[in-house]
Design a protein around this ligand. Sequence first.
Ligand SMILES: Cc1cc2nc3c(=O)[nH]c(=O)nc-3n(C[C@H](O)[C@H](O)[C@H](O)COP(=O)(O)OP(=O)(O)OC[C@H]3O[C@@H](n4cnc5c(N)ncnc54)[C@H](O)[C@@H]3O)c2cc1C
Ligand code: FES
Length: 280
Amino acid sequence: MAETPALHLPRPAEVVGIEQESPTVFTLRLRPSAPDGCPLPRFRPGQFNMLAVPGVGEVPISIVSDPRDPELLDHTIRRVGRVTTALARLQPGDRIGLRGPYGHGWPLRESEQRDLVVVTGGVGCAPVTGAIEYVIRRRERYGHLNIVQGVKHADDFFWRDRYARWAEAPDTEVLIAADVGGPLWPWHVGRVTELFDRLRFDPRRVSVLLCGPEGMMAAVIGEMQARGVPDTDIWLSMERNMQCGVGLCGHCQIGPHFVCRDGPVFRYDVIAPLFRKRGF
Ligand SMILES: Cc1cc2nc3c(=O)[nH]c(=O)nc-3n(C[C@H](O)[C@H](O)[C@H](O)COP(=O)(O)OP(=O)(O)OC[C@H]3O[C@@H](n4cnc5c(N)ncnc54)[C@H](O)[C@@H]3O)c2cc1C
Ligand code: FES
């Protein structure tokens, strides 16, 4: 995380685009103003911003856009409660507060020359999008790329064009599953783990990147362990309620770890003793 004090103060960001991805998911394109006298901070895939709606509240949301362009920041958001509903009502030209980027991103350097298995659920695809785009732009540096996305219902699936483009990339497999399909659903009906016999990877040389509901991540971790993948090669993005976003308030604490400061991306062996344990 960059340590510029100005990053901890919300700065104005103008809404310059809104894309409705599904009935409950939308993408906000924001143009942040630069902190006083500083260039716009650079970010890495997997990092997040705190988005503040004045008078309503502030929420952590991952950055999905291209890190090469810090002047336009895309955030893909599921409307679930108070703040995300207020974000969903914004119009082009409105201004909100933005601070960040915060947290640790995905292990992209560490994963070079390795196969990749990226498994996401629901809007969990958003925090990993930047990592997939990064790998696709540097395809020769990585092994086989497996992208698996699961949704509850066929109607929840969005970014069809984006997944189709990824499927065209060399040495790349895209697998999609919905718990509940529909008449025109061309992909698998069932759980993402039912697709795992179709994955191509060497368990001694793979990085597994996970983001989604913890039950789904636990099931995937079990499948990967059964296939011989060590815990040190599994990475997951954790979600917890946040207030400060910078390791001061303790709201996002899991045992000794603060999700905002030490995560949100954790190596599984670091978080394993506390993962899905009640009381943490
Ligand atoms: C590091 C990090 C990155 C995140 N990135 C994204 C992102 O890219 N896109 C995105 O849509 N969300 C993301 N989230 C989740 C997002 O921060 C929450 O959905 C948001 O804080 C909810 O705020 P709210 O005020 O709208 O809901 P609240 O009013 O706080 O909650 C309303 C109801 O929704 C439930 N709820 C809250 N959060 C969730 C949730 N995540 N899933 C299901 N139910 C929930 C609550 O339990 C409550 O019942 C991220 C969270 C973290 C920690
Ligand atoms: S949100 Fe305050 S410590 Fe993480």
